[in-house]
Design a protein around this ligand. Structure first.
Ligand code: THU
Length: 136
C-alpha cells in the first residue's frame, strides 16, 4: 500500500487554528493539536480545562480520542502548537504511542508557524506498548 504523503504545513496550520479554541481558563496556556490518520483524515484538538484542575484534558489527547472515536486505528503524523513551541507532556506521549509508531513524525510549532520536526520515538524513547504485553 502506498504511504500517504504528509502535508505537514497543513497539519501545523490546523493545530494553530485549533489552539484558538482552547479552553485554558486557569493556566491561560493554549495548546492546539492535529493528527493525521492512516486513512488520510485530520482530527484536531485543544486543551480543555476544568475548575477541578486534574480533569483538564490536553490538546493532543483530545485530537487522538476524537480520531479513535471516529474509527481511526493508526495515527501517522501529529502537529502540536503552543505560544512558545512547548512539547507534548509525558501522558500524551504514551497515548500517542498507543496509536502511533516510534517513527511517526511530530511537528512542534509555535503560533507564528515556526516549527521543528521530531519523532514519537525521539520524544518517548524505549517506550512500553502493546508489543510488550504480548512478549512472553
Ligand atoms: N497541555 C496540553 O494541552 N498539552 C500538553 O502536552 C501539555 C499541557 C495543557 C494542559 C493545561 O491546560 C495547560 O496546557 C497547562 O498545563
Amino acid at each position: 500500500m502506498n504511504k500517504l504523503t504528509i502535508n505537514h504545513e497543513l497539519l501545523i496550520s490546523r493545530a494553530i487554528e485549533a489552539r484558538e479554541r482552547a479552553y485554558a481558563a486557569y493556566s491561560k496556556y493554549k495548546v492546539g493539536a492535529a493528527v493525521l490518520t492512516e486513512d488520510g483524515r485530520i482530527f484536531t484538538g485543544c486543551n480543555v480545562e476544568n475548575a477541578v484542575y486534574p480533569l483538564t484534558l490536553c490538546a493532543e489527547r483530545v485530537a487522538i480520542f476524537k480520531a479513535v472515536s471516529e474509527g481511526a486505528t493508526q495515527i501517522t503524523a501529529m502537529a502540536v502548537a503552543t505560544a512558545n513551541g512547548g512539547t507534548p507532556c509525558g501522558s500524551c506521549r504514551q497515548v500517542m504511542r498507543e496509536f502511533g509508531d516510534p517513527s511517526m513524525p511530530v511537528y512542534i510549532a509555535d503560533v507564528r508557524g515556526n516549527y521543528r520536526e521530531t519523532t514519537l520515538g525521539g520524544l518517548l524513547p524505549d517506550s512500553f506498548s502493546v508489543k510488550d504485553l504480548s512478549a512472553e
